[in-house]
Design a protein around this ligand. Structure first.
Ligand SMILES: C[S@@+](CC[C@H](N)C(=O)[O-])C[C@H]1O[C@@H](n2cnc3c(N)ncnc32)[C@H](O)[C@@H]1O
Length: 167
């Protein structure tokens, strides 16, 4: 498979799974988190899918297309280990959806980020909230859900959160 094929398959998988989110989450209130704003393409898609929801977008720097820049109350710049780590203190409600698109070619960086996300996401997601991730995550508070048939195995992962630990 060429790298072009691979990118197309990855982005198609991303869009296919995200397109199922409004129906799955129609009964669950809460904001949407876009972790890895990048160019803002997925953010643009998400705001079309979720016109009534707050969407908070995270990235270390702003590189988004000018038409896809969130307002300053919804743009969170900095390393996610810093910003997402503190999000439970200021999010208006636990998140209904988190979309993660932050993988790098560096396995060691990915391992560190995964460990951080496995610890942090359960604390900021609503009970029943969904995590759509380009990273394979393992946490007793994130239940693996099957992907739609259209999404090739290993491209994207879907989890349901059991909600913040109140203990
Ligand atoms: C593949 S791009 C996201 C593309 C985006 N979904 C789009 O539609 O354009 C990944 C983004 O994650 C950001 N990123 C990766 N690791 C990060 C980290 N540890 N903290 C903050 N941002 C990070 C990068 O700066 C990059 O913009």
């Amino acid at each position: 498979m060429s790298r072009l094929d691979s990118v197309i398959r990855r982005l198609s998988a991303q869009r296919d799974i995200l397109n199922t989110m409004p129906e799955r989450l129609k009964a669950l209130p809460g904001p949407v988190l876009e972790v890895g704003l990048g160019n803002g393409r997925t953010y643009d898609h998400l705001r079309g899918l979720f016109p009534g929801r707050e969407i908070f977008a995270f990235d270390r720097t702003l590189n988004a297309h000018p038409a896809c820049v969130p307002d300053e109350d919804h743009l969170v710049l900095g390393e996610i280990e810093e910003t997402l780590g503190k999000a439970k203190d200021w999010l208006p409600a636990p998140a209904a959806l988190a979309h993660l698109d932050i993988g790098t070619p560096d396995d060691e960086v990915n391992r560190r980020i995964r460990a951080f996300l496995e610890k942090t996401l359960p604390q900021i997601m609503a009970r029943g909230g969904l995590v759509v991730s380009d990273q394979w995550l393992r946490s007793t508070r994130l239940t693996v859900l099957p992907m739609p048939d259209a999404v090739p195995a290993g491209r994207y992962y879907l989890y349901m959160a059991s909600g913040p630990d109140r203990g």
